[in-house]
Design a binder for this molecule. Structure first.
Ligand code: TEU
Ligand code: CA
Length: 558
């Protein structure tokens, strides 16, 4: 297999608003990130992915960009950003930036022009359609609720927005628009950044005619996702982007792709096709949802998770490349989701980290994951900030008259704000995140769960992540080895082998709070000396048969 630096890297995602506030206005900022770079260097990560810091009215916390060439005032200046790039590079790390080009903000100059008149030169940068029988041009639902179309009275047409109405979709059919995007990408790469995380990049090509979707019983709008995910020209666009931009630099790219499956992912990530290095799949993040989507809660079956991750491990092996993640700014905290955020918080956070970091692919750590931060339960909807959560509450409770308690249960489990409470730096007021009033409340558990504690305690989750990262740097088998699932039917144990040259790596994890007997189903001889890492003290010497303790994880190399 081809060796690449981005295959051997571990990425740390920063959501700047919630990372560290350097000036007491309650909002994390670029100077705050610079102050904490040594914390990240010590953790051992090689790449930082920075969520959007561009100028934005913040309808969707920066994922609605009004100027790609400017930095949001709240976050600092372009000089700060250049300093950040330099400080990251000075520590031997790299920086990838978020590229949000499925849509812009409605306050972007292009859209301001486009909405002026039907013959404005920028009109065709966006997707406009006349109404149908006095209604929207089609029945698609926006990913944030309601119709995906907004009527513009001045020009008597609707524009498409797959997210909020302040995020109009760009028209990638227009070659001039594409050229502008590529130019902007080169401008950033010339500033010295090391790549891009591409926001919903598999949404940029829509099926011509924008056909109606099927409406589910009891719903007003349909999912149009069939007609805009992995659309007809997507591979052509990405290959063009590769030729025009990416091929000219030594960069790393990861495409965020809701609805991507293994077969499509092979196309996106096969280096021969010259598209992207890797994608973010959503499949393993939807196994605890029912047929009505993310808010429709369903307990996770471990066998589903194993089957899914195994399909990806095997499917991309030797063809494309995986990214590995449990968390990001859109997902609930993994220790609250697939682990135990009470009694076994530390054990289960380490177990989950082990399970993920020993797989083939590039691991991503989301800020706070390395100290085992947990979900938040705000008593009042007033304390939530996320547009998706607030829209849901309005749609279900205020308009739909559903029971608030039930809707709040979904919000507690799945709201994106679970990931967005400020990073807990210390047990000082406001978790040491700010000296002011934070833009979103801190999780009250910061007195126990914080970075200061985790850095000082050698048995902490932070030090465990450090060790996992070290191991990955040390042993190529962790990066490049083949994968083989063990005990596929087991509902508590996730165990697998990695195989590389004459080595075998054995990973055993217990996803339950029970003591579970384990018996090795394959013929591998290993002993106490082969242990690479574990989240418990080892006190037995019986190696092919033993009892796994609650959320225990062990990794052996033979
Ligand atoms: O997210 C894309 C996306 O479809 C989901 O992550 C979505 O936000 C959520 O799961 C809906 O339930 C990307 C960004 O990561 C997200 O923060 C943005 O809001 C979104 O695109 C629009 O730019
Ligand atoms: Ca600030």
């Amino acid at each position: 297999m081809q060796k690449n630096w981005w295959k051997e890297s571990v990425v740390y995602q920063i959501y700047p608003r919630s990372f560290f506030d350097s000036n007491g206005d309650g909002i994390g900022d670029i100077r705050g990130i610079i102050k904490k770079l040594d914390y990240l260097k010590y953790l051992g990560v090689n790449v930082i992915w920075l969520s959007p810091v561009y100028e934005s009215p913040n309808d969707d916390n920066g994922y609605d960009i009004s100027n790609y060439h400017k930095i949001m005032d709240e976050f600092g200046t372009m000089d700060d950003l250049v300093e950040l790039i330099n400080e990251i590079h000075a520590r031997g790390m790299k920086l990838i930036m978020d590229l949000v080009v499925n849509h812009t903000s409605d306050e972007h100059e292009w859209f301001q022009q486009a909405r002026k008149s039907k013959d404005n030169p920028y009109r065709d940068y966006y997707i406009w359609r006349p109404g149908k029988d006095g209604k929207e041009p089609n029945n698609w639902r926006s990913n944030f609720g309601g119709s995906a179309w907004e009527y513009d009275p001045d020009t008597d047409e609707y524009y498409l927005h797959l997210f909020s109405k302040k995020q109009p979709d760009l028209n990638w059919e227009n070659p001039k628009l594409r050229e502008e995007i590529y130019k902007m990408m080169r401008w950033w790469l010339d500033k010295g950044i090391d790549g891009f995380r591409m926001d919903v990049i598999n949404f940029i090509s829509k099926v011509p005619g924008l056909p109606d979707g099927k409406i589910k019983p009891g719903e007003t709008y349909a999912s149009g996702s069939k007609f805009y995910r992995n659309g007809p020209r997507i591979h052509e666009y990405l290959q063009e982007m590769h030729e025009q931009v990416l091929s000219k630099y030594d960069v790393m790219t990861v495409g965020e792709m809701p609805g991507v499956d293994v077969e499509e992912a092979k196309k996106y990530t096969n280096p021969e096709r010259k598209e992207l290095n890797m994608v973010f799949t959503f499949e393993h993040m939807s196994l605890d949802s029912g047929p009505y989507g993310k808010w429709d809660l369903k307990p996770l079956m471990l066998t589903d998770l194993k089957e899914n991750l195994t399909k990806w491990q095997k499917g991309l092996n030797g063809i494309g490349w995986n990214s590995l993640y449990w968390n990001n700014h859109d997902q609930p905290r993994i220790v609250s989701r697939f682990g135990d955020d009470g009694k076994y918080r530390v054990e289960s956070a380490k177990m989950l980290a082990t399970c993920l970091h020993m797989l083939q692919g590039t691991p991503y750590i989301y800020q706070g994951e390395e100290i085992g931060m947990t979900n938040i339960r705000f008593d009042s909807i007033e304390d939530y900030r996320d547009i998706e959560t607030l829209n849901l509450y309005r749609e279900k409770v205020i308009v739909g008259n559903e029971e608030p308690e039930q809707v709040m249960e979904s919000i507690y489990a799945k709201s994106r704000d679970n990931a967005r409470t400020p990073l807990q730096w210390s047990d000082n007021p406001q978790a040491g995140f700010t000296t002011g009033e934070p833009w979103i409340k801190v999780n009250p558990n910061y007195k126990e769960i914080n970075a200061k504690q985790s850095v000082e305690d050698p048995n902490s989750i932070y030090h465990y992540y450090r060790k996992l990262i070290q191991l990955r740097k040390q042993y190529p088998i962790i990066v490049y080895g083949d994968y083989q699932l063990l005990l596929p039917e087991h509902e508590q144990i996730f165990a697998y082998l990695r195989i590389y040259q004459d080595q075998k790596l054995l990973v055993i994890t217990n996803f339950s709070e029970d003591n579970i007997p384990f018996e090795l189903p394959v013929d591998v001889e290993f002993s106490a000396n082969d242990l690479l890492i574990s989240n418990y003290e080892m006190n037995d010497n019986n190696f092919n048969k033993f009892i796994l303790r609650p959320y225990e994880a062990r990794v052996y190399l033979v």
